[in-house]
Design a binder for this molecule. Structure first.
Ligand code: GLN
Length: 503
């Protein structure tokens, strides 16, 4: 059995290509690890062991044929991955963490999933999420809360918490997630893995259950930046099924990750925005992020203090725009077109009963907030105003990227919090997103990767992972990957694993 805890996705790829490892062996090892650890983590909502093994056997045939013919297969051929449950996989349930989609099985693959399949990826199952991706902890899932592998009394972050936990515990070597306001970067930070939120429009949203359509992005989790880049470059690119996807060339990221001698980041200008180092941020988070910035400098980067003056408006702007778009998007869940239906005398009773009983509290809150912000008489004051301020936030980034190549910042103000602490305080939960929302509002890409642990002496557990975020100009994911990869070339935070048995 391969030891899943020590190898990276890229290393598996080499073993699969050389024939030292079969996709069936690797997939069986993942399934065995899921069997052993997922009862404690609850990262998965649905597993497809038979389907996965059948796909693995097919991938093994492809790999054998390629070795015979001397062709090079795709680097992801035979690699098992997990998919967040807001992303459609043909034939597997897609609940989006909601009772309103209980038992719903979509008949088609999301474009990102179709591209993974075409590359020979094995789809192991679907991972837990806050209901319709609304949340920062997975506590809003209708199917229970996933656990943080570093401390199972804590949340893994969210909304893509199941994917992050699954990768952190190496149940799978990578996973897809979605990020509307931080849902890839924040759980990556809480779980100590690397997560990429691509530029808006870089990866097709076809088959992603819509939350905030002007903000939603499909992206990836993996242990390292090089691994995340491999998944990213496989799913990215124009798709006629998503009119917002952009036809720009994607670099072959897999070929560019060779560590150079000397200063790999020389001439990289890193901006440090003063608005992201505010009161209330956990001291260990600031210390670790500042140390990581110093490490980038040691790798040759120039560090510049910059300002993103409208940062403080990102939270109110997001919590108007995202709920407004959600209230429109979620109108389609009426018990008629998708999923189960509650009984009722009239058509209106059916809608009312289905939506009333099957949407959770947070989803209802956002539908009400969003409907209010869009309603006649309030539209200009709320939604219209929020759109104007969104433009100012975008301009902050345009100005900053005239001066620097990337922006370095914390991902979240704290490390993973205990399950339940924010459940009755939506505002405290929303505040977890302050550092991630601006990138979504501006549409720019962001990567989150581990840069240390909060070594709080009172924590018997030896600390929780801390992530740093790098944001880049539109369509410059390559710069983010290069910087994170250079950092990971000289540090080992991304290779650390939670102790087993899990605590
Ligand atoms: N936590 C944020 C929210 O609750 C972001 C969620 C996301 O990115 N899907 O909306």
């Amino acid at each position: 059995m391969p030891d899943l805890t020590t190898l990276s996705l890229t290393q598996y790829s080499h073993l699969l290509h050389s024939g030292e490892l079969s996709s069936r062996e690797l997939t069986e090892a993942c399934l065995a690890r899921i069997d052993a650890l997922d009862p404690d983590l609850q990262a998965f909502l649905h597993l497809d062991p038979e389907g996965a093994l059948a796909q693995a056997d097919a991938a093994d045939q492809t790999l054998i044929a390629a070795r015979k013919s001397g062709e090079t297969p795709h680097l992801l051929t035979g690699i098992p991955l997990a998919i967040k449950d807001v992303i459609s996989v043909a034939g597997l349930p897609c609940t989006s963490g909601s009772k309103i989609l209980e038992g719903f099985v979509p008949p088609f693959d999301a474009t990102a999933v179709a591209r993974l399949r075409a590359a020979g990826v094995i789809i192991v199952g679907k991972t837990n999420t806050d209901e319709f991706a609304m949340g920062s902890s997975t506590e809003n899932s209708a199917y229970g809360t996933s656990r943080n592998p570093w401390d199972t009394s804590r949340v893994p972050g969210g909304s893509s918490g199941g994917s992050a936990a699954a990768v952190a515990a190496r149940l799978v070597p990578g996973a897809l997630g979605s990020d509307t306001g931080g849902s890839i970067r924040q759980p990556a930070s809480f779980c100590g893995v690397t997560g990429i939120k691509p530029t808006y429009g870089r990866v097709s949203r076809y088959g992603l259950v819509a939350y905030g359509s002007s903000l939603d992005c499909v992206g990836a989790f993996a242990p390292s930046a090089a691994d995340a880049a491999l998944i990213f470059s496989t799913i990215a690119g124009h798709d006629p099924l998503d009119a917002t996807s952009v036809a720009l060339p994607i670099e072959n990221h897999a070929s560019r990750f060779t560590h150079q001698e000397g200063a790999p980041l020389s001439s990289l200008r890193v901006g440090v925005p003063k608005e992201y180092f505010i009161e209330g941020i956990q001291p260990a988070v600031e210390t670790a992020v500042r140390a990581a910035i110093a490490q980038l400098q040691a790798l040759g980067a120039e560090i510049h203090e910059i300002s993103l003056p409208h940062t403080e408006y990102a939270l109110p702007v997001y919590y108007l725009i995202a709920p407004a778009e959600a209230s429109a998007n979620l109108a389609r869940f009426d018990g008629v077109r998708y999923g189960p239906r509650e009984a009722g005398e009239t058509m209106w009773d059916v809608f009312f009963n289905t939506r009333g009983e099957r949407f959770g509290a947070e989803v209802k809150r956002r539908i009400m907030l969003g409907t209010y912000a869009l309603s006649a008489g309030y539209y200009d004051a709320y939604y219209g105003q929020a759109q104007k301020v969104r433009t100012l936030i975008k301009r902050d980034f345009e100005t900053a990227f005239g001066q620097v190549d990337v922006i370095a910042a914390p991902v979240a103000p704290t490390t993973a919090f205990k399950i339940g602490v924010h459940s009755n305080d939506p505002l405290a939960m929303y505040l977890e997103d302050v550092f991630t929302l601006p990138a979504n509002l501006a549409g720019v890409p962001g990567i989150s990767f581990p840069v240390g642990f909060d070594g709080d002496a009172q924590q018997e557990l030896g600390g929780l992972p801390i992530g740093m975020q790098l944001m880049g100009p539109h369509f410059r994911e390559d710069v983010l990957f290069r910087a994170a990869d250079a950092y990971q070339g000289v540090t080992d935070w991304h290779t650390r694993m939670p102790d087993e048995p899990l605590k």
